[in-house]
Design a protein around this ligand. Structure first.
Ligand code: SAM
Ligand code: SF4
Length: 363
């Protein structure tokens, strides 16, 4: 893995100007994409063991000293927003609710100018206790991961019998106004299409927005197989046989999901109104959307990644801890973004799965 940044190998390369790269304004890359969306992994730890993400025994967690402190997290998010044009921040992990200072970090992000849109991706465990405080701190929206409504299937997929806690978390998120509440589902090869139908019915009943994600080769066990993956086309075929799916006229922009309106159903809009209900399918593998990607990612140990599938990282933690000023960190971030590759190459024969699994990158 190549690590750049002040170090600090890379001090010179981080600060030298690069031909054609704008040194102010929003971050751009050489393919003309503008980076507006920051994904922050708050921790690599988790209280579930989803088969497509973690091994049964968990992983070797990062040492506490390696993980960014509250102040370091807040400083990097501040640089992203104030100096680099980040307009949306999503907190993820591992399981972000395991991080005790999450409310403090969200409150600090909400106080930034311009105020970024703040969202959370969580497995929902403990959300029933924290949703109100998170909303009060400034969190706008939440995505709760839930792959099936069947208790036994949930226990088999996540290796924990905790579906009741996830459902409580979903209720609490809606109650706290963390809307639109989205449900993220990765479908199991056996029975996953039936799960998708049941999940969409539940989401339509409850006013949640379902997003079905193609399983990606990011599992720690390296067991992903294209042949086993349920594809976006299979999901669409099954859902459109059961529901009245209509093409969505709202432009997709940089959103990963292709969405459809579900005829005959509405969902709560942001301002108390009702909008047509929608369902989204994220075809990360079969129809990559890299050409519209606007994301940058920060791991819990302060490594910057321009893509989920990057094989290189930029060590912003080393920069932070070396005592440099915000502008130096911003320039290193800008340079890394400038060098972002055109796409993830999952479909190339030469594709290599990244060494970090999804839980350690931040999904
Ligand atoms: N623990 C939180 C959760 O599960 O929502 C946040 C982290 S998790 C890595 C973020 C999202 O990534 C979840 O929706 C999860 O289903 C998804 N995910 C994990 N492994 C995946 C994989 N191999 N392919 C596609 N999505 C995956
Ligand atoms: Fe944990 Fe989320 Fe990975 Fe499941 S998908 S093991 S909840 S980090």
């Amino acid at each position: 893995m190549t690590v750049t940044g002040l170090g600090i190998p890379g001090l010179a390369s981080s600060t030298t100007s690069v031909a054609g790269m704008p040194e102010t304004g929003p971050m751009v890359d050489t393919f003309g994409r503008v980076t507006r969306d920051l994904r922050v992994s708050l921790t690599d730890r988790c209280n579930l063991r989803c088969t497509y993400c973690m091994p049964a025994q968990g992983l070797d967690w990062l040492d506490d000293a390696a993980v960014l402190t509250t102040d370091e997290m807040i400083r990097l998010i501040g640089i992203g927003v104030s100096a680099l044009g980040i307009r949306a921040v999503r907190f993820t992990g591992g399981e972000p609710l395991l991080r005790k200072d999450i409310t403090q970090i969200i409150a600090a992000a909400a106080a930034l100018h311009p105020r970024p849109e703040l969202a959370l991706t969580t497995n929902g465990l403990g959300l029933d206790k924290h949703a109100g405080a998170l909303a009060a701190a400034g969190l706008n929206r939440v995505n709760v991961s839930l792959d099936t409504l069947d208790r036994d299937r949930f226990a088999a997929i996540t290796r924990r019998d905790r579906i009741a806690d996830v459902l409580l978390g979903l209720d609490a998120a809606a109650e706290a106004g963390l809307t639109p509440v989205k449900v993220n589902a990765v479908l199991a090869p056996d029975g996953g299409l039936d799960d998708a139908v049941a999940l969409l019915r539940m989401c339509l009943d409850r006013g949640f927005a379902l997003r079905i994600i193609e399983q990606m080769p990011l599992d720690a066990d390296h067991r992903w197989s294209r042949a086993d993956m349920i594809t976006a086309d299979q999901v669409y075929a099954r859902l459109s046989a059961e529901f009245d799916l209509r093409p969505d006229s709202v432009p997709r922009g940089a959103a990963p999901a292709q969405t459809w309106v579900v005829g005959g159903h509405t969902a709560p809009g942001r301002d108390g109104t009702h909008v047509p209900a929608r369902v989204g399918i994220i075809a990360s593998v079969t129809r990559p959307f890299c050409g519209d990607c606007d994301r940058t990612r920060l791991t819990a140990d302060g490594q910057l990644r321009t893509c989920l599938f990057s094989s290189t990282e930029t060590d912003l933690r080393a920069l932070l801890r070396s005592g440099v000023d915000d502008d130096t960190i911003a320039q290193a971030w800008r340079r890394a973004t400038w060098g972002k590759l055109p796409g993830h190459a999952i479909n190339d024969p030469s594709f290599l799965q990244p060494t970090r699994p999804m839980s350690a990158i931040g999904g």
